[in-house]
Design a protein around this ligand. Structure first.
Ligand code: SF4
Ligand code: SF4
Length: 156
C-alpha cells in the first residue's frame, strides 16, 4: 500500500511540474506574438551574473544628499531619528555658521544591523537629505561594524 502511495505521489509531482511548464510556455508564446496578458510566464534570472531591474520605488541602501558646496543637506532636525521605528539613526547636531541653515549633523549614523528598510526616514525628511535609491541591495556582512554607516559613507 505504501509503495502505491509512493508512486502516486511521484506521478502527482510530475503532473504539477508539467502543468507549470505548459502554462509558462503558453504565456511565453502569447508574449512572443505581442499578446499582452495579466499574467506573465515565469523567467529564471541567473543571479548574480544577471540582475533584474529594481522597481523605481524599491528601497535600497541609504545615501545622504549634498548641497552644491558639497556639504550634507541634512540640517540635523532629528525628524528621521524620531520617526525611525528601529531607533537605528543617531545624530549629534552642531551649530552651523550660516544662519539660513542653523544646524548640521556633526555625527550622523545609521545602524543597518537594526534597520528594517521601512523608508520612514526618507518620508519624514523635510530637506530631501536622505534617500534610499542607491540600488545597493547586497549588504550582508560577517562584521556587524561594517553595517554601521557614518555620514562619510552615506555621502559616498
Ligand atoms: S529605513 Fe526605517 S528603520 Fe531604516 S533607518 Fe530609515 S526609518 Fe529607520
Ligand atoms: S530628517 Fe533629514 S534633515 Fe532632519 S535630521 Fe534626518 S536627514 Fe537630517
Amino acid at each position: 500500500m505504501r509503495l502505491i502511495r509512493y508512486f502516486f505521489e511521484i506521478i502527482r509531482g510530475f503532473c504539477i511540474t508539467a502543468r507549470h511548464f505548459f502554462v509558462n510556455i503558453f504565456f511565453h508564446i502569447l508574449n512572443l506574438f505581442g499578446i499582452k496578458t495579466k499574467r506573465r510566464g515565469a523567467v529564471t534570472i541567473q543571479y548574480p551574473e544577471q540582475r533584474a531591474a529594481l522597481a523605481s520605488r524599491h528601497r535600497s541602501l541609504h545615501r545622504m544628499m549634498k548641497r552644491e558646496d558639497g556639504k550634507p543637506r541634512c540640517v540635523a532636525c532629528m525628524l528621521c531619528a524620531t520617526v525611525c521605528p528601529s531607533e537605528c539613526i543617531y545624530i549629534e547636531a552642531a551649530e552651523e555658521d550660516d544662519p539660513d541653515i542653523q544646524k548640521y549633523p556633526a555625527v550622523f549614523i545609521i545602524d543597518l544591523n537594526r534597520c528594517c528598510f521601512c523608508g520612514f526616514c526618507v518620508e519624514a525628511c523635510p530637506e530631501d537629505a536622505i534617500r534610499m535609491d542607491t540600488e545597493q541591495i547586497e549588504l550582508a556582512s560577517y562584521d556587524r561594524k561594517k553595517l554601521v554607516f557614518d555620514i562619510d559613507r552615506l555621502l559616498e
